[in-house]
Write a protein that binds this ligand. Structure first.
Ligand code: NZQ
Ligand code: ZN
Length: 387
């Protein structure tokens, strides 16, 4: 294991009814907040009303930024910064999924940044200050409620880029699994694929000596395999929604990558799909992941895939190693398809035209440190296999 520092300052209130703690938590840290939400789900589900009641109960004035897009746009971040500055707001409250929370982080950090807040993502800056961020999570997927990352899209330049920094950890997150009952089947499936992908990115690493992190990763994957289908089948199954929600937070809150280098290779490849074609993040991951697995399977990596097959899919550990590894990859592919996720880029309406351009852009960061180092040509090949 390599050296590491582990620090998550986010206070999490988990469980049904925890929204009652929101007003007091905000009042302790901010006096006037911007409420950020997406295309209307929180208004239909009652989450918006419950959050606003909390603000009013605690005498906290608020302004609203609604209509934040899935794959949140730089323009929404700019608008939020403008509102905060104009109205003297000193906190940001996100009500929604990862897109709304990421937009809120962009606003919170952009508030203290002199230039265009898009620079934070485009130039991968590490902001030093941000307004306090509060979240009420409505979808189990990205883990943004307990990490310091914001992923922002700029459709004008076909870019989707992230920035991060300790000041972007939410101060407080309310995780009420009942708020995810209304998530549609497709988004529940995409969220499950995203949680699993975060876990894979950490699990398939060049360093394999972090037994605790690896065992926890296997537990998270097993939990997704158990509860993803159940939440789709029975949307108001509390146990299923609660487990998915907590899996999502732990898949990316830093615990799984303690002591090992992680390069997020499939994520880099997927972000290019979203940047050019505005696809749902988890759906893009579901297409790319099994093909990436097949591509990087070799004599050196097969033991890891075999361990994954036995630990997560209960495959027979006595099988020949390569056979076990291949069966595990097939299981992954079948699972995503059974959840109703697409199996090919063609199904997402993506052809080969921009593969090279996307591969070149994806290759910008960290691919030398991945489980198997990948060059531009390798990434093009993985896109080709995914057609
Ligand atoms: O916009 P509304 O009306 O709220 O509807 C949303 C949206 O259409 C809907 N939804 C959310 N909660 C719901 C609900 N519908 C009914 N009931 C509910 N309770 O679901 C749709 C998708 O929401 P979105 O927030 O876009 O999904 P997700 O949480 O998957 O976030 C995706 C974004 O996060 C980024 C992705 O790239 C993408 O931009 N990521 C952020 C990460 C991070 N901050 O750490 C890491 C991830 O790897 C990821 O890249
Ligand atoms: Zn993701």
């Amino acid at each position: 294991m390599k050296n590491f520092t582990y620090s998550i300052p986010t206070v999490v209130h988990f469980g049904e009814g925890q929204i009652k703690k929101l007003g007091g938590e905000i009042a302790a840290r901010a006096s006037r907040v911007l409420v950020v939400c997406g295309g209307g789900s929180v208004k239909r589900s009652g989450v918006f009303g419950a959050a606003v009641s909390q603000l009013e109960e605690h005498g906290i004035p608020w302004a609203e930024l609604s209509g934040v897009e899935p794959n949140p746009r730089a323009a929404s971040v700019r608008e939020g910064v403008r509102l905060c500055r104009e109205q003297g707001l000193d906190g940001v409250l996100a009500l929604g999924g990862g897109s709304v929370i990421d937009c809120a982080k962009g606003i919170a950090a952009g508030f203290y940044y002199d230039g265009d807040p898009w620079d934070l993502s485009a130039e991968k800056l590490t902001p030093e200050r941000a307004l306090p961020i509060f979240t009420v999570l409505t979808m189990a997927a990205t883990g943004s409620e307990m990490d310091d990352i914001a992923v922002i899209s700029n459709p004008e330049t076909n870019e989707k880029e992230s920035f991060s920094g300790p000041c972007c950890y939410p101060a407080v997150s309310i995780l009420d699994p009942t708020y995810t009952y209304s998530v549609p089947a497709f988004q529940t499936a995409a969220g499950t694929a995203d949680i699993m992908s975060h876990t894979f990115e950490n699990y398939f690493s060049p360093i394999e000596t972090s037994f605790l992190a690896d065992s926890l990763a296997e537990a998270i994957l097993r939990s997704c395999v158990k509860y993803g289908p159940r939440a789709i089948e029975v949307p108001d199954d509390y146990e299923a929604r609660a487990n998915l929600m907590w899996n999502a937070s732990w898949a990316i809150n830093g615990f799984l990558n303690m002591g090992k280098p992680v390069a997020w290779s499939v994520h880099r490849m997927e972000h290019e799909l979203s940047a050019f074609y505005d696809v749902t993040h988890g759906a893009g991951l579901a297409v790319l992941t099994p093909n990436w697995m097949r591509y990087v399977l070799n004599e050196r990596t097969e033991a890891r895939f075999a361990r994954y097959g036995a630990a997560v899919w209960d495959l027979d550990p006595a099988l020949p190693r390569r056979e076990l590894a291949e069966a595990a990859i097939q299981k992954t592919r079948d699972f995503f398809n059974a959840l109703g996720l697409p199996a090919s880029l063609t199904e997402l309406g993506i052809g080969p035209e921009r593969f090279r351009e996307m591969a070149r852009k994806a290759r910008n960061s960290g691919f030398d440190k991945t489980f198997v180092p990948l060059g531009v040509e390798d990434i093009v090949n993985i896109y080709q296999m995914s057609l």
